[in-house]
Design a protein around this ligand. Structure first.
Ligand SMILES: Cc1ncc(C[n+]2csc(CCOP(=O)(O)OP(=O)(O)O)c2C)c(N)n1
Ligand code: SF4
Ligand SMILES: [Mg+2]
Length: 278
């Protein structure tokens, strides 16, 4: 068996777009390992949802956490040990509804982590409630007359929040997805990839296949990226924005690593006593 997979029974529906995301993640890790990434330095986190089951199917360390708290767990891990490569998996409901503030603040802080958002435009695990990325008019069990809210545009939202790598890819194009994941994981700073991921009880692959487009050119500036993200169709894939700016853990500690360079117990007590001196 592929050593990046576990022997856990896979309970995703046949035809689910999550299979391709798992394959692309594995491809990306195998490729990055050729460049020196060590598997024991990779940590993953998830929230709760169909997407989050990837935690059980990938043979990697991490935290299978609470719904919407995948980014905060990822941030905590990165701050505790900045040497780690932290990848966090989210659903459109998990990361843009209940976990929205955690997603936006991780981006604002430019935490050096990668967030993969499995966008199936629905709360799939809980059987079809509309999500922050559901199109107006979509009829589901909780919205039999159709939704009437305007969905978020995840690309412009994350660019505006401060993410320094923002891209969209598609689980029907494993090559594009793998390449995008490699770039995102290599990127220093908060990288966000929205992956269009059909959930077959709710959407047909044809809805995606027939509409996928690729960005002609990666925007050069923040302004151009925002205009492009706002104008593009929700099926446009590519890197919408990439830039460099200070990383959260560097601002916090410089090159210090609280785990690798931790003080002895005695030294810590000494320091606390100093701090508590009247
Ligand atoms: C704290 C908390 N709130 C809500 C839930 C219920 N819940 C579980 S999964 C889910 C929605 C999942 O949707 P999404 O994040 O889009 O993931 P998908 O199943 O579509 O992959 C909700 C609301 C929960 N388990 N825990
Ligand atoms: S309900 Fe949708 S997201 Fe969940 S396993 Fe089935 S196809 Fe995949
Ligand atoms: Mg979803």
């Amino acid at each position: 068996m592929d050593e990046l997979r576990t022997s856990a029974e896979v309970t995703w529906c046949p035809g689910c777009g999550n299979f391709a995301i798992r394959t692309a993640v594995q491809n990306a890790i195998l490729e990055l390992e050729k460049d020196g990434l060590k598997r024991e330095e990779i940590v993953i986190t998830t929230g709760i949802g169909c997407h989050a089951k990837i935690f059980d199917y990938l043979n990697l360390s991490g935290i299978y956490g609470l719904h919407g708290r995948n980014s905060s767990n990822a941030e905590g891990i990165k701050i505790a040990n900045p040497n780690l490569k932290v990848i966090t998996f989210s659903g459109d409901g998990n990361g843009l509804a209940e976990g929205l503030e955690h997603t936006l603040f991780a981006a604002k802080r430019n935490q050096d982590i990668t967030m993969i958002l499995h966008n199936n435009s629905v709360y799939a695990l809980t059987t079809g409630q509309y999500s922050p990325l559901t199109d107006p008019g979509w009829k589901g069990p909780s919205t039999p007359k159709g939704t009437f809210e305007i969905p978020f545009n995840a690309m412009s939202l994350l660019i505006e929040a401060g993410a320094t790598f923002v891209a969209r890819s598609y689980s029907g194009d494993i090559k594009h997805l793998t390449e995008t994941l490699i770039k995102a994981i290599k990127h220093k700073g908060f990288s966000f990839i929205e992956v269009l991921q059909p959930a077959v009880p709710y959407h047909k692959w044809e809805e995606y296949k027939d509409n996928i487009q690729y960005l002609d050119k990666q925007p050069d500036s923040h302004e151009e990226a925002m205009i492009t993200a706002k104008k593009a169709s929700k099926f446009t894939t590519g890197i919408f924005y990439q830039t460099e700016r200070g990383l959260f853990h560097k601002g916090l500690y410089g090159d210090f690593n609280p785990i690798k360079n931790s003080l002895s117990r005695e030294k810590r007590i000494e320091k606390i006593k100093e701090l508590l001196k009247p």
